[in-house]
Design a protein around this ligand. Structure first.
Ligand code: UDP
Length: 383
């Protein structure tokens, strides 16, 4: 076994925690820093001191995956409770079920179509051609009427640009079903950690080889480590010297309410005239305990362009961003002693399960490189 290395992991979100754990289990000495006062990054959860409801502080996070190893990994560190995400959407004062399914189609068009009829009906409205943009994809996927009702306004609010400028990949996240299945995700495994994501990440980080320093910005840490795994924003690592990569940030308006408010965890508001994108009612993320609360907490979510000092959430990845990203990647490839990982480190729209998969693969790569005294890759995954 080669001599243990000292590793700095910047960021105590999922990516950083998983990589830190893997390196520590292999005998290396890992220091994890995070500038916030909590671990778990944007999947941080904490109970509201007044109502006791577990709050998803930075927006709704539902764990879902087809990756057995990733599922096994999270169940090592948390009791995953059964949870089935069913999103509702309001359009012009009516409540519909998402993702768009037979119920949505029949309700929206005032029909009672069977699956094959609905498929033909939607095909009859759908535009042809190879979809490049979000708008092309939407028009092809569901036709103009459903696209305009469910996707156009919401997407303008969420991303702040015309859907014709966004990549089709964003919409490809969502299914379209000709059944009454309204499970938002089509993955084999789905659940929410019983004590929240923060407890899960704390458990991942609870290893004698890991020392954790919260309230510690990357810029304040002196060097001297054998290697760094950096999961903060790529452009920030370089002091934004080439400019800023575009991110959407979110603003949350939390409110305690005297009674259950909307009867479900997430209600999207697709009309552009409503300023927020969605309302989250946190107690419904924990159906196993929801009945014990007499009061509830709701959160209105507003999306905006991230400025300096705002928390970055969604990488926008418009053409300009991609050009700038390529320049930062070129810069990063010349950097020594650092590996970039995660949503911010690689500027990619990663779900939690994908972040864990990449961190597990990244750990294996780093361990191999350390063992062979080789230089690790600068990017563990191409963004
Ligand atoms: N979307 C939409 N209307 C909806 C839900 C989603 O237009 O009611 C679009 C929107 O552009 C969003 C994308 O589909 O960014 C992906 O949705 P998802 O629910 O995966 O977003 P997330 O929960 O990650 O914000």
């Amino acid at each position: 076994m080669p001599a243990p290395k000292t590793i700095l992991v910047t960021g105590a979100g999922l990516s950083g925690a998983v990589v830190a754990r893997g390196l520590a289990e292999a005998g290396h000495r890992v220091t994890v820093i995070d500038e916030r006062d909590h671990v778990a990054g944007n999947c941080h959860t904490a109970r509201d001191p007044e109502t006791g409801v577990m709050l998803h502080h930075y927006g709704p996070h539902i764990f879902h995956t087809d990756d057995v190893q990733v599922w096994d990994y999270v169940t090592r560190f948390a009791v995953m409770m059964p949870y089935r995400h069913q999103v509702k959407a309001q359009v012009a004062g009516q409540v519909y079920a998402l993702p768009i399914n037979l119920h949505t189609i029949n309700q929206f068009f005032g029909r009672s179509l069977r699956p094959a009829e609905a498929r033909d009906f939607i095909a009859g409205q759908s535009a042809g051609g190879e979809p490049v943009s979000f708008e092309d994809q939407g028009l092809r996927f569901v036709g103009r009427a459903l696209y305009e009702a469910f996707f156009q306004g919401y997407t303008r609010k969420q991303w702040g640009v015309e859907p014709a400028r966004l990549p089709a990949s964003i919409l490809k996240r969502l299914p379209l079903r000709f059944t009454y299945d309204d499970n938002y995700f089509a993955h084999r495994f789905q659940g929410i950690p019983r004590e929240g994501y923060t407890a899960m990440v704390q458990a991942i980080l609870a290893h004698p080889g890991i020392s954790l320093r919260l309230n510690t910005a990357a810029e304040t840490v002196a060097g001297g480590f054998d290697h760094q795994v950096y999961t903060g924003p790529l452009d920030r690592y370089f002091g934004h010297r080439l400019g800023r990569l575009g991110y959407r940030t979110l603003r949350f308006e939390h409110e305690r309410v005297a009674a259950p408010y909307q009867g479900t965890a997430v209600m999207n508001y697709c009309d552009e005239s409503v300023p927020f994108t969605r309302i989250t009612e946190h107690m419904y993320f924990a159906p196993w305990e929801a009945e014990r609360f007499t009061r509830s907490v709701i959160t209105r979510e507003y999306s905006a362009q991230a400025g300096p000092g705002d928390i970055p959430y969604y990488p926008i990845r418009l053409l300009d961003d991609k050009t700038l990203l390529a320049r930062y990647q070129a810069l990063a490839r010349q950097a020594e002693g650092v590996t970039f990982l995660g949503r911010l480190g690689t500027y990619a729209y990663l779900d939690m399960d994908v972040a864990i998969r990449k961190a597990l693969d990244g750990t294996a790569h780093l361990l191999r490189a350390f063992e062979q005294e080789a230089r690790p890759e600068v990017f563990l995954d191409a963004a």
